[in-house]
Design a protein around this ligand. Structure first.
Ligand code: CTP
Length: 211
């Protein structure tokens, strides 16, 4: 019987660099045994809701996520059983029919704006990180990404940022910083923080006698 996997939560505002931090850790453990779970893929299923209505959804509110399914999946992976991860399409604002099989791994990285907001999720984590990046950098990154990768216009990104993303960040995301074990300034560019994380994960894996 193998030990429970190490679960690492990576939270932070939109455009903070969660993906770069997560990728840096992921790349280090390549060839080892590591799985990546994006909270974004667990936005509530909106396939039955017309496209126009999906545009009105508040995607920065905790209730936008199907955390019950996410928690069930993390617990399943902790039992060393496989899951079928949903696949989310930002251009149409919902998941598709396709799922991705994820095999159980020694390290599970759970990344998303609100992964530290739900106490049940926090209780599943061995390490909690918050990527802390200034809001001017975050909006610039978000603007470029949403236009280039998520099929948005400048006007829609600016409107969504001012009316939804910013107030929700202040109300729900920023306060979760207090739950973090480690606050990482400037995300993926912070090589010292990433090296420390990698060392810590290795120590936990050794303690759990996985490596
Ligand atoms: N979002 C959206 N439309 C959807 C679903 C989500 O605009 N249909 C937006 C939400 O407004 C939320 C953001 O997606 O703010 C969450 O993704 P984000 O954290 O920006 O992306 P990551 O790549 O996960 O993180 P980072 O930029 O920190 O690397």
């Amino acid at each position: 019987m193998r030990n429970k996997p190490v679960v690492i939560g990576v939270a932070g505002g939109s455009g903070s660099g969660k993906t770069s931090v997560t990728k840096a850790i992921y790349d280090f453990f390549q060839g080892h045994s590591i799985a990546m779970i994006e909270q974004d893929y667990y936005y509530r299923d909106q396939r039955d809701i017309p496209y126009e209505e999906r545009l009105e959804t508040n995607y920065d509110h905790p209730l936008a996520f199907d955390n019950d399914l996410l928690i069930e999946h993390i617990k399943t992976l902790q039992k060393r059983e496989p899951i079928e991860k949903p696949v989310y399409d930002y251009t149409v604002h919902t998941r598709g029919d396709r799922t991705i099989p994820v095999e159980p791994k020694d390290v599970i990285i759970l990344e998303g704006i609100l992964v530290l907001e739900d106490e049940r999720l926090r209780n599943l984590m061995d390490i909690k990180l918050y990527v802390d990046t200034d809001s001017d950098l975050r909006i610039i990154r978000r603007l470029l990404r949403d236009i280039n990768e998520r099929g948005r216009t400048i006007d829609s990104v600016v409107d969504q940022y001012i009316n939804v993303v910013r107030p929700m960040h202040n109300q729900f995301i920023e306060p979760t910083k207090r739950y973090a074990d480690i606050i990482i300034p400037e995300g993926g560019q912070n090589h010292v923080a990433i090296d420390l994380m990698v060392t810590k994960i290795q120590t936990i894996l050794e303690q759990k006698s996985i490596v």
